[in-house]
Design a protein around this ligand. Sequence first.
Ligand code: SMG
Ligand code: MG
Length: 372
Amino acid sequence: MRLEGVELRRVRMPLVSPFRTSFGTQTARDILLLRAVTPAGEGWGECVAMADPLYSSEYVEATADVLRRFLLPALGAAPDALARHGAPAVASVLSPIKGHRMAKAALEMAVLDAELRAAGRSWARELGAVHDRVPSGVSVGIFDSVAQLLDVVGGYLAAGYVRIKLKIEPGWDLEPVRAVRERYGDGVPLQVDANTAYTLRDARHLARLDEFGLLLIEQPLEEEDVLGHAALARQIATPVCLDESIVSAQTAAAAITLGACSIINIKPGRVGGYLEAVRIHDLAAAHGLAVWCGGMVETGLGRAANAALGALPGFTLPGDISASDRFYATDVTEPLGIVDGHMTVPTGPGLGVTPIPEVLDEVTTSVEWLPL
Ligand code: SMG
Ligand code: MG
């Protein structure tokens, strides 16, 4: 594998409806896409960083900056490692540069996609997928009223989604959960995600969610409050799942050992790439923990890769792997749909999906070519 350069392409995609979480409301997604160019063809990467550092410390401008200033020059200075080891060399070459996992993940994704496309191998096969389709869950935002929420949830259930995740925050937790249970019954697989909106002082309040038989509560406390999650897990019956706190296999191992979670949401971008994501999957499986694949409002590129990851054997809970039309009227790839509540895992070379040039051009706000 020899990398000639990487194109950074910023796209702006309007969302079909506002997506409100405990940290803000999004009406459009500003995304950095990477196109890795090699003599044998190209590969695509999608950076999951958001426009603002509200979900995590990374944000889209910062990821472009660190790629330009540090990550691509570092990779350019290590052609032998890349030639010899291919995509797995990316993380090791970039390891002296601290943090910036979403930027690193996007670069590794683009390089791995180029490599797999050239070899005619699929993402799913490369990662170790064992299923040809994955159950599709949907993440539902915060609304002004419970009535609105119930309508939206009803629509997703009618569309076949097999699991509902409700975003919660103080003031929007017991009531929406109770309303969904009352309207749609105890049989609906249901979970909640607080995106760090609570503190350990809320433990008794959060314990009131216990009666609703939730699959899990995701990241109730601050990213760095691993001990707080361990203490909370002892005070509530709902299983604690970590998202923001898990940024590597090492932090996953610590959280598991400390009893901070019994389930992990794996997002490849958050942990520095799909290869690290597989290591967390393996670690969790060795400890008997369930994992599921999270979502970062990706285009079809990221979603296709997530579907392949979610098809590994340890992904025993439905992921946030909703169809293209959950967020986008027009995806940059062929639309990914769900049938009987499942998304088919792509089997073509690499990611198995490719941006449609005309659609891509329409949503592109800037293009920058960075030779290596
Ligand atoms: O991609 O379906 C999706 C969104 C899933 O809720 C989702 N992601 O904390 O898990 C999470 C959030 C992070 C992004 S919210 C803008
Ligand atoms: Mg989350």
